[in-house]
Design a protein around this ligand. Sequence first.
Ligand SMILES: *Cc1c(COP(=O)(O)O)cnc(C)c1O
Length: 388
Amino acid sequence: MHERFLGIAAPDLGELERRYLADAMASGWISSIGPYVDRFERGLARFCETEHAVAVASGTTALTVTLAALAVGPGHEVIIPAHTFAAVAAAVRHVGAEPVLIDVHPDHWCLDPALIERALSPRTAAIIAVHAYGHPADLDPILAVAASRAIPVIEDGAEAHGARYKGRMVGSLATAACFSFYGNKILTTGEGGAVVTADPDLAARVRLLKDHAMSPTRRYYHTAVGYNFRMTNLQAAIGCAQLERVDQLLAVREYNLACYQEALAPLAPVLRLNPCEPWANPVNWLTCGLLQGAAAGRRDALAAALRTAGIDTRPFFVPLHQLPPYQDCRLITAETDASVRETPGPTPAQTQAERIARSGLNLPTGAGVSADWIAAIADVCARVLQDA
Ligand SMILES: *Cc1c(COP(=O)(O)O)cnc(C)c1O
């Protein structure tokens, strides 16, 4: 028999996490100074196949401090995808800059590189390329446009630890990359985040700003308006254990996606699962189901039926331009030039962001997912979608 309830993204924590956490606690180093923080940063840089990692308090603070370290602020614009977690837009506003929203690509749901050129302005100060739901963004054309104008590109890898783009590791592809280790992410420290980069000066600037901007050589001498965005040694202890187990964590998720693909294969015409472009090695942060055609209207009915069977789901993110704080942001879509909304105004009839937001559903992907549960999920999907 099943347990009564299957959560969407339960963390996978084991004996190693318990041991390191107990050790950190017993050592007395429970704030942000301690050996696990250093070890976690070294391990994360190695995992990302880059040089430097700075642990911070969350994915949101990672983005905020990276923008601040790149001197992005008032009067600047930052290009971000229209379909992502709202923290990306919030980080831009936290530093006083303005998000410019770009529609996502219909095939892989990340920022559509073909639209970037049209989003640029003399005020463009950075591009944040989010690797959506475990699938890497199409970085090369983004980097090419950015390089021609010397604009920094920040990867947001919060949903894609361990994914690769053309063989290169997420986190090593651009000016810097930000990660989250929130409880539902592939690697977790409870709450937590990090900035990784190959640039030693940028790493030093992030390290300074996240720790009150206090001079490393002169105590209580603060060289800028700093933040307290530090990660604790307790969180880092959990992170060290997760990093040691990351291959296993990723393999379980990959296996679960293969099980979903097999169980849901008969529904493939109406239920499309996670994308995988030829140039990508995605990871399975959250198993995604995108309902096709007429079936799109049954998304909420499917979620309700799964809920009745004790199975948790999540709808895809609400497009940023449909959220109160961001509805006036400039939005660039692939529609004909005449309908491109480059000034504030009503939402265009249809963007890719809206299309996937309406018809997408995340299925359970974390600890506790089993072949039995996946079979049960497939049964409910078949029942709800049968003559769609
Ligand atoms: C989760 C997430 C964040 C925010 O991370 P927190 O640790 O919750 O602050 C940022 N960006 C993306 C794409 C995310 O999925």
